[in-house]
Design a protein around this ligand. Structure first.
Ligand code: GTP
Ligand code: MG
Length: 206
């Protein structure tokens, strides 16, 4: 007979009535009640600084894997805002929600099939006009969008001014100006993400 204690064949008999009944199911630990981790997706056209921002937000513990059924890589990590963890996903560059390339298709599919609580649309401050059409598409798709106007360092050097308040008013979404490569504006970005969680919707003055 197989021993209930040592899993080996021996002659010790299990004591009945002690602890859980040896012939029944062991007591199951009560499932821990955990809050779901909100997911933030970084999206935008190629070369706007999504991956630099992703690395700055998440640090070193990231996983890189092919999106199911494709050879397109997607990076996933975690960041903490206040004391709350967030899942962060870095999507491949996309110009439109109507995909042409495999990368764009992956980004579109990810946004529409995964539970994404907040989309951070990263744009290049030097080329706002070319990038805002995607912002409108994301908003029209019903996604909660935060606009991260990146590379303000380069825009400033070219004499381009970004009127953040004006953009927020016109678009009706929160806007952050930043230079991810220089760690400028990251705190403001995290603050706005935290606001989103606290209020249940994106908060601000817009
Ligand atoms: N000057 C400046 N350069 C930046 C900033 N953020 C990113 N870059 C640079 O922009 C280039 C592109 O950055 P990535 O993070 O790879 O861009 P991406 O959006 O992930 O590009 P894809 O993965 O191709 O979609 C890199 O050379 C970065 O160093 C910034 O705030 N200021
Ligand atoms: Mg990238």
């Amino acid at each position: 007979m197989e021993c209930h204690k040592c899993q080996n064949t021996c002659h010790s008999k299990p004591k009945r009535g002690v602890g859980w009944k040896w012939w029944g199911k062991p007591p199951q630990p009560s499932p821990l009640k955990t809050e779901p981790i909100p997911q933030v997706a970084l999206v935008g056209t190629p070369n706007v600084g999504k991956s630099v921002l992703f690395n700055a937000l998440t640090g070193t513990y990231v996983t890189v894997s092919n999106y199911p059924g494709t050879t397109v890589e997607v990076s996933r990590g975690q960041m903490t805002v206040g004391d709350r963890p967030f899942a962060v996903v870095d999507t491949p560059g996309m110009y439109s929600l109507l995909p042409i390339t495999e990368e764009e298709k992956v980004s579109r599919d990810l946004l529409l099939s995964e539970p994404v609580d907040l989309v951070i649309h990263v744009v290049d401050a030097k080329n706002l006009g070319r990038m805002l059409p995607l912002t409108f598409q994301l908003i029209e798709a019903g996604l909660p969008v935060l606009l991260a106007v990146n590379m303000i360092d380069e825009a400033e050097q070219l004499g381009i001014e970004i009127h953040r308040d004006h953009l927020e008013m016109e678009l009706g979404i929160p806007v952050v100006t930043m230079a991810a490569a220089l760690n400028v504006g990251l705190r403001d970005l995290k603050y706005k993400v935290g606001d989103y969680v606290k209020s249940g919707c994106l908060s601000g003055t817009y």
